[in-house]
Design a protein around this ligand. Structure first.
Ligand code: MTE
Ligand code: MO
Length: 383
């Protein structure tokens, strides 16, 4: 079958769909280290994992509204300055299973682990585009509303057997500060097949769907990409829209992800002994907005205490060009005292003071994307 050459995967991954392969690590794996190990990083696919056999002949075609379209080989991309960017990648479908409990949604079910934090290394897209006569973004640049489309070598059902694709605005692609990478390394190792070998896009601060894996071409285009995953998926609809009245063209493709957090040291219903319980989790926001605060409540959101936060830069991977951690998550920690069965709530606040919504009902949508509601776990007293 077309799935007979899938890579081997870590046995502790929870498989949410087998073909295409979609899996997430146990919650505890996310708070065991600041940088998520590659084998435990969630895997989100829409088709079989492609195999690129010959790295010498592998190339990315750069085409569209540029002067001299041509192919770039790995040696061309590696000859550009190499940047390390610590960035959290999160699927827009993260926490979908919880949203589906309100009302049915369509899509692969995910617990809270369709997210991971990695140190990506590669060339900046802004440097690549400069090779083609597209200047880096400055305040005076006129970009004419163009976009940069990324097309993969994989094949997926949703595209009728065609490749996965997505686009970002040219203004983001040419902005060196946006840190958009063509990445060939993940956590200091050669990118593996599951995560896009030999080359993938990483768009920091944006939903995972725009970080196209197994890159085949980069096209500078006048309008945003018309592919399925831009136009007929990964959009946030209001709770009133259903499959009978949906008008896909009425909403824009989701780009930046909203502020998010989840408790990862405990399951949804966790048996505990009376006394101190340690609570650990992650918090992250999109668009380069850092996390300002993580609040914990034991009484349904009336009283809150602040959790402590850590952000450990991926220093040991970093050589010449260092990045800040503005695209990366923080891990948080708090200790609570429980003497009875108690619900624990976590909510994060980002640097623009955006706050997670209280209830999943208020953000429910038919595709089950962007469940960023307060994360709640029940501590059930046992002995
Ligand atoms: N790129 C290709 N070519 N094919 C895909 O199916 N899935 C996207 C994105 N890039 C996808 C892709 C989605 S929806 C997400 S969330 C991320 O890749 C997941 O990246 P990961 O598997 O490395 O965690
Ligand atoms: Mo995704």
């Amino acid at each position: 079958s077309e799935y007979s050459e899938e890579p081997t995967r870590h046995p502790s991954l929870k498989v949410n769909a087998k073909e295409p392969f979609n899996a997430e690590p146990p919650r505890s794996a996310l708070v065991s280290s600041y940088v998520t190990p590659v084998d435990l990083f969630y895997k989100r696919n829409h088709g079989p994992i492609p195999i690129v056999h010959d790295l010498q002949s592998y190339s990315v075609a750069v085409t569209g509204l540029i002067d001299n379209p041509r192919k770039l080989f790995m040696k061309d991309i590696r000859s550009l300055p190499k940047y390390n960017v610590t960035a959290t990648l999160q699927c827009a479908g993260n926490r979908r299973t919880a949203m589906s409990k309100v009302r049915t949604v369509r899509g692969v079910g995910w617990d809270v682990s369709a997210i991971g934090n990695a140190v990506w290394a590669g060339a900046k897209l802004a440097d690549v585009l400069e090779l083609f006569g597209i200047a880096k973004l400055t305040s005076s640049t006129s970009l004419g509303g163009k976009h940069v489309e990324f097309v993969s070598v994989d094949r997926c059902k949703e595209e009728n057997g065609g490749p996965y694709k997505a686009s970002i605005p040219l203004s983001q692609a040419t902005n060196p500060e946006a840190d958009v990478l063509l990445a060939y390394e993940m956590n200091g190792e050669t990118l593996n097949r599951d995560h896009g070998f030999p080359l993938r896009v990483v768009v920091p601060g944006v939903i995972g769907a725009r970080s196209v894996k197994w890159l085949d071409s980069i096209n500078v285009i006048a309008e945003e990409c018309q592919g399925f995953f831009m136009q007929k998926d990964y959009k946030m609809f209001p709770p009133s829209v259903n499959w009978d009245n949906i008008d896909w063209s009425s909403r824009r493709p989701q780009m930046d992800f909203p502020v998010q957090s989840a408790i990862c040291s405990l399951e949804d219903v966790q048996m505990v002994k009376p006394g101190k319980v340690n609570i650990k989790g992650y918090a992250v926001s999109g668009g380069g907005r850092g996390i300002e605060r993580v609040d914990i409540s034991l009484d349904g959101g009336i009283n809150w205490t602040e959790a402590s936060r850590t952000q450990t830069p991926g220093k040991h991977y970093i050589s010449e060009h260092e990045s800040s951690d503005k695209w990366a998550w923080v891990l948080f920690e708090a200790t609570v005292d429980v003497s009875q069965t108690t619900e624990v709530i976590a909510k994060a606040v980002d640097s623009a003071a955006n706050v997670q919504p209280e209830n999943v009902e208020s953000v429910w949508n038919l595709r089950g994307v962007l469940n960023t509601s307060w994360h709640r776990v029940l501590l059930r007293l046992g002995h």
